[in-house]
Design a protein around this ligand. Structure first.
Ligand code: FPP
Length: 251
């Protein structure tokens, strides 16, 4: 019997894929083996998410800070990414999955960027799910980049400063079509956001697991979705169902 959630799944799931290096070290291997093995988890999680009706899946694949890793590791990650994109392009297309990059993509090596752009274009009409790969991504950098463009628009008179609000500012982020994540999963035991989707995560639910990313499979995703399903989301409000007199006032 194949695994399948018997409850509503969140619209947008975002994942901080962590623990590749630790997984490799545990097996006496070099770090890059962990990243290679992590691509198997990526494949399984993408397939399961699309199958189960998740509409948006965002994977933190390479942060702006990751450029400071040893040159050999950065270069191995870039080759892995290109290999993954080329290998999966047909599957994405066949399964109606639209691929998008999210981040300072112009900093990626030319050949990776070219491949990414080609696949973005080819898969743009996919309606089953949008898979976003956060690449050369940083939440603070995203806000800086947004404010830079917005300031130019204010200087040129295209936008009035008094018109700036949450909605209009969000329109300057890397992908204005992306809904806020409902659920952010982080693997490998750390409990931090690491500069991921800072603006968008304001009311996301978090699920942490000790499982290292290369060992994370659809069963673990299902467990995370189940945990999310048991959460009560208040978005800063008090619900009619909250008990009195100790009605929660948590933000
Ligand atoms: C964090 O583990 C993981 C990364 C920095 C890269 C994630 C990349 C992949 C899963 C493979 C390629 C991606 C795609 C989309 C094909 P870490 O190296 O920080 O692990 P550690 O904390 O145990 O050292």
């Amino acid at each position: 019997m194949s695994l399948r959630p018997d409850f509503p799944v969140p619209e947008h799931v975002a994942i901080i894929m962590d623990g590749n290096g630790r997984w490799a070290r545990k097996g006496g291997m070099i770090r890059v083996r962990g990243h290679e093995s992590g691509t198997e988890s990526v494949r399984d999680v993408v397939e399961a998410s699309a199958e189960w009706g998740v509409k948006h899946l965002t994977l933190y694949a390479f942060s702006v800070e990751n450029w400071s890793r040893p040159k050999a590791e950065v270069s191995a990650l870039m080759s892995l990414l290109k290999k993954f994109l080329n290998k999966e392009r047909e599957t994405l297309l066949k399964n109606g999955i639209a691929l998008r990059g999210l981040g300072r993509l112009e900093d990626l090596p030319d050949s990776v960027l070219r491949t990414l752009r080609e696949i973005e274009k080819e898969t743009a009409h996919g309606t089953k799910m949008t898979l976003r790969l956060a690449l050369s991504y940083g939440g603070r950098q995203e806000m800086v980049d947004a404010v830079r463009v917005l300031s130019q628009d204010i200087s040129s008179g295209k936008v009035q400063a008094t018109e700036v609000n949450e909605e209009s500012l969000a329109g300057y982020l890397y992908d204005s079509d992306m809904p806020d994540p409902d659920l952010i999963i982080r693997t490998a035991g750390e409990k931090r956001l690491s500069n991921f989707l800072l603006w968008q995560a304001s009311y996301a639910e978090f699920v942490y697991t000790d499982i290292l990313w290369p060992e994370f499979r659809r069963g673990d995703l299902l467990a995370a979705l189940q945990e999310f399903d048991g959460r009560v989301r208040r978005f800063g409000k008090v619900l009619d169902t909250d008990p009195e007199p100790q009605g929660s006032s948590s933000p």
